[in-house]
Design a protein around this ligand. Sequence first.
Ligand code: SOE
Length: 396
Amino acid sequence: MAAPQSSAGDGTRPGLEDKPPLRIGMVGYAFMGAAHSQGWRTAGRVFDLPREPVLSVLCGRDADAVRAAAERHGWAATETDWRALIARDDVDLVDVCTPGDSHAEIALAALAAGKHVLCEKPLANTVEEAEAMAEAAEAAYARGKSAMVGFNYRRVPAVALARRMITEGRLGTLRHVRVSYLQDWLVDPESPLTWRLRKEAAGSGALGDLGAHVIDVAQYLAGERLAGVSALTETFVRQRPLPEGGSGPVTVDDAALFTGRFASGALASFEATRYATGRKNALRIELNGERGSLAFDLERLNELSFHDGTEPGAHAGFRRILVTEPDHPYLDAWWPPGHGLGYEHTFVHQARDLVHAIAEGRRPVPSFADGLEVQRVLAAVEESAAKNSVYTPIVF
Ligand code: SOE
């Protein structure tokens, strides 16, 4: 990591005066808002960026709460109406960190106003919304504006290394993609009915929240799209206490299980759940190809397991790659080998990649078009689960 830089007294770090700023306006300041704030704040301190991210304006509906969040996370100003944030001249990029039901409206308005946009995942709550967003992003790109969706796990160095090894041919033809995302924060039936459990706010449950990540990671690593899926979903606890008292219905899935086929013929399996007791944030990936295999677990995110199937059988086997070397993705700017990174660094890398794409006029990835592809898979999973068509009951 570059030596810590002292403040120049005016809030500008020495040497940055000649870098054009990229002024961020962010809508939402809860979990994702805090993570994105950290990403924007840190990216320019660690990486040598072509433009300097500036935490310009933070927006939320509750004036006191948004002011407190702005102070905590280092934002210069606040707004309580996202339309006012978009109208401001001191905002170049709008970062959408709200629940899914407002993604489309905010992102479309921001693109129409000539802002760059970063939007949290899943891109939208419906395919129709995602289509409109992808179309608007394409039109905005022609006018020099960029839009990216926040699938941050692509930015874990070990996941990016896995992609590099796959493109280098280390796995050969892929046969299996096996991904799961396991959390357990809903196991308690008394856990309250928050917006994440309401379809009108979140779009879907574990499927859109966790399944969207593993669908994106699977397609990113395989380098191709899923051609079809067959699915089961379940809502284990159908009624939950409301924060304001009483109880209400859970209108999203608690867990989703599905299989899929890639156009190349590789088979994939997916699991997304908030009921995997003891699993906190276990995004797991295993890929098997004709020349080798790779395995990853987000709960051990500085490690990638690799089996080189071309080695003689007598001493072949999975070995651990400690992904902390300077020639591993993103790591030349961080700590010496062995001094690992964590969850929050994915947001720093996301900010870094977006700033580069904007400054260099490249289409950022994952684009809104990539977000739309994930949205189509989510819809296909829901359709398949609703039809129950893949589910063959066993007759005893
Ligand atoms: C849900 O618990 C959640 O916060 C997701 O919404 C995030 O996308 C994931 O990265 C961590 O878990």
